[in-house]
Design a protein around this ligand. Structure first.
Ligand SMILES: NC(=O)c1ccc[n+]([C@@H]2O[C@H](COP(=O)([O-])OP(=O)(O)OC[C@H]3O[C@@H](n4cnc5c(N)ncnc54)[C@H](OP(=O)(O)O)[C@@H]3O)[C@@H](O)[C@H]2O)c1
Length: 264
């Protein structure tokens, strides 16, 4: 199987590294960026074939991951749609661009839409996947396998993609901000910066595992941390008074609205 990547930025490089780590030889991967230097850098580090253009990637690969920014993708599809595409599987990771839009731009080719997240870089992505009408089971399996090399993959019906994307694709940024805010709050009270960040990040990682592994509702877990007239309930009430939940709701809604705007 030959793998192709159009766009070799943050996401593509993470997925390529995941593939290579899982035994795919760099020689079976083809890629192109906007600038030749981008492909050459990855050729040097993982042994990928740096192609002179997007058409060469399509010609060389069986599975092509479309990993350019959503605003760049229409031009890329225009460039490749007239090439021989028979038997090739296309996977788009572009935010906001629907399977119907992709099919309208590229034609009735096997298509899978995947939304990974930035945690792909350390093999801890939460990827969402849905398949177009022309992709068969084997092709969906291949797409799932590619993204399994960088984390977990969940099948999501496309009408729920925007909501799921908001809490997988965008939420790492929210969580990084939350961790940084907690660390800086502790810094104010004397904790060294590096130690504060380590403690905040590790507490968030452990709390996430508790939710995933304990099968308990997050609010039930929160109740267990709050003793009567204790310190934690004072902090919880302060967060509620400062509209913590409402701020999170508004952030998720903002992501969904922007996703719809891009889709239009
Ligand atoms: N970053 C995330 O957290 C995240 C999460 C989920 C999904 N996504 C999606 O992943 C896609 C890529 O995002 P990213 O963060 O990886 O972006 P990025 O780091 O900016 O990378 C974009 C890549 O596209 C290349 N490119 C630009 N124009 C091109 C063209 N005409 N032909 C071929 N390559 C071209 C760029 O080449 P040069 O390097 O040579 O400029 C660059 O390698 C986006 O659609 C985004 O919605 C991103």
């Amino acid at each position: 199987m030959k793998y192709g990547f159009i766009g070799l930025g943050n996401m593509a490089s993470a997925i390529i590294r995941g593939l290579v780590k899982n035994g795919v030889p760099g020689a079976d991967i083809y890629g192109s960026g906007a600038r030749p230097a981008t492909g050459q850098a990855l050729a040097g580090s993982v042994g990928l074939n740096a192609c002179a253009g997007n058409a060469a990637v399509v010609a060389s690969a069986d599975v092509i991951v479309l990993a350019v920014k959503p605003q760049v993708l229409p031009g890329v599809l225009e460039e490749i749609k007239a090439l021989p595409l028979d038997g090739k599987l296309f996977i788009s990771i572009a935010a906001g661009l629907t399977l119907a839009w992709l099919r309208g731009s590229l034609g009735p080719v096997p298509l899978v839409r995947v939304m990974p997240n930035i945690n792909s870089k350390i093999g801890a992505a939460t990827s969402l996947l849905c398949a177009g009408p022309d992709a068969n089971e084997e092709q969906v399996r291949i797409a799932r396998e590619i993204f399994s090399t960088v984390g977990t993959v969940s099948d999501i019906p496309e009408h729920l993609f925007a909501a799921a994307t908001a809490i997988s694709g965008a939420s790492p940024a929210f969580t990084y901000m939350y961790i940084d805010a907690m660390a800086r709050a502790a810094l104010r009270f004397g904790l060294p910066r590096k130690l504060a960040l380590k403690i905040a990040a590790s507490s968030v990682a452990g709390s996430a595992r508790m939710i995933l592994e304990s099968d308990e509702h997050p609010m039930s877990l929160a109740d267990q941390v709050c003793s009567p007239a204790g310190t934690t309930i004072a902090g919880v009430v302060s967060l509620q008074r400062n509209a913590f939940e409402s701020a999170v709701h508004q952030a998720v809604e903002a992501v969904i609205l922007r996703d719809r705007e891009i889709a239009r």
